[in-house]
Ligand binder design. Structure first.
Ligand code: ADP
Length: 424
């Protein structure tokens, strides 16, 4: 069955939808690793502090506190996801706002792997969430419209409906998210960041999260004859995780098109029918785990046009992720430059302005905008490069054209410009 992929989410101009309940604000509170206080104790303190702050203008992060109690127990307090691309920032009245506080701590264990065989080919990686590996990932991904918020809202509703045991025969919804688009556009990262974000948002409901990333390539390699059994084994483990009602389990299947490839080749008689058995085993298992209220399935595909997959047509969150626009590229570069200034690789530091401010000045050149405009020019000619290449570009610029540190901003931007030319 060929399913033409369409953007199933509302059009990107419909940003107001995200703001419907505009007076609810999500506050993420990272608790210090050494703090053993209960969440409720911290929540009261945080609300007190934010009410005293009175107003906010867009997203913010607080890291320094005068109150020694807060200083000891909290690493930061962040108001997140209020600023939306293309929407003007607004003043938030913190004294009356409905503040939803989400307290969390990071797990620092890193990834564990589930091995398929003696040759250590890993079938899956596994993290306990929220994980320090994914800290800051959500914020680092830049898109032109409110993709991230829309995904988060959809996934939140999905989990809420499941948790409330809404009968899916009466109201249909689905637990499969599919992100598709060209390689290097941040699909896998977005899935991981979404899983992490959901664990933080649902920290009242679930004590922790589990992220299992299934490596579909390794399942369909030369181990076809054994793979069927291995898929079952892997799902048995996932099943064990799901049986803990305190855990939110996210299963990530990267590059689902490799399942399609396995089916096709088996239909063409190239591969033995074992391949199709493996795919079917996987699909059956996915159908089964979908019934659990605490499970979400995240998938990605690099195929942009059409995809042939039995379970994907049941995904109701299908989101196309394209390469970044010049606007997004500028924001990505700006974050890279800020990091290099923070670490002293670029010195002296300069105040660069963000894209909104640049647009307000209508890109007029003056003393305050000149450096930012130079960076914007590099962003303009970088259009067409993938997000992955863009994040690597400042490194390549240094390695290829600059050596040593510190480097002036002007020289660094010039080196980036030359690196972009080289990339093309
Ligand atoms: P994909 O799964 O689409 O191939 P990845 O998730 O592997 O892409 O992306 C690789 C890296 O590229 C990410 O970790 C991120 O650093 C960078 N990247 C890609 N797209 C973006 C984006 N839109 N904004 C910021 N960084 C991005």
């Amino acid at each position: 069955q060929i399913l033409a992929l369409q953007n199933a989410l509302p059009p990107s101009t419909d940003v107001k939808m995200e703001l419907k309940d505009a007076n609810v604000y999500h506050i993420e509170v990272l608790q210090s690793p050494c703090s053993t206080l209960r969440q409720n104790q911290l929540k009261e303190k945080v609300i007190e502090l934010l009410r005293a702050k009175k107003t906010a203008f867009g997203d913010f992060v607080l890291e320094e506190f005068q109150d020694p109690f807060i200083q000891q127990n909290i690493k930061y307090i962040a108001l997140c996801d209020v600023e939306l691309p293309g929407v003007e920032k607004k003043v938030i009245d913190l004294t009356t706002a409905n503040l939803q506080i989400h307290v969390f701590q990071l797990h620092t264990d890193g990834a564990g792997t589930e091995e398929l065989d003696e040759e250590n080919m890993s079938a899956a990686s596994h993290w306990i969430l929220p994980a320090s590996d994914f800290h800051g990932l959500w914020e680092s991904l830049v898109y032109d419209d409110a993709i991230k918020i829309r995904l988060l809202n959809y996934a939140t509703t999905t989990l809420m409906f499941s948790d409330k045991l809404v009968d899916s025969n009466i109201i249909t919804w689905n637990k499969v998210v599919l992100l598709h688009g060209p390689p290097g556009t941040g699909k896998t990262s977005l899935c991981k960041a979404l899983a992490q974000k959901l664990c933080i948002r649902f920290s009242d409901r679930y004590s922790h999260g589990q992220l299992v990333e299934i490596n579909s390539h390794s399942l369909f390699s030369k181990w076809f004859s054994e793979s069927g059994k291995l898929v079952m084994k892997m799902f048995q483990k996932i099943q064990e995780l799901m049986e803990d009602p305190e855990a939110l389990v996210c299963v990530l299947i990267d590059e689902v098109e490799s399942l399609t490839a396995a089916r096709k080749s088996s239909m063409n008689g190239v591969e033995p029918s074992d391949a199709i058995r493996v795919v079917n085993a996987l699909l059956t298992q996915l159908d089964q785990i979908k019934r659990y209220p605490n499970v979400l399935i995240l998938t990605t595909s690099n195929i942009t046009g059409a995809i042939d997959l039995a379970f994907v047509d049941r995904a109701d969150i299908k989101q196309f992720i394209g390469p970044p626009s010049v606007r997004a590229i500028y924001t990505i570069y700006l974050s890279c430059i800020k990091e290099l200034m923070k670490c002293g690789v670029i010195s002296p530091t300069h105040q660069l302005i963000d894209i909104r401010a640049l647009e307000v000045t209508r890109f007029m050149e003056n003393g305050a905008t000149i450096q930012s405009l130079k960076l914007y020019n590099v962003a303009s000619k970088s259009h067409g490069l993938s997000g992955r290449t863009l994040r690597k570009l400042p490194f390549l610029a240094h390695a290829l054209y600059l050596q040593g540190s510190p480097v002036t901003l002007e020289n660094y931007v010039e080196a980036m410009s030359m690196t972009v030319d080289r990339q093309f």
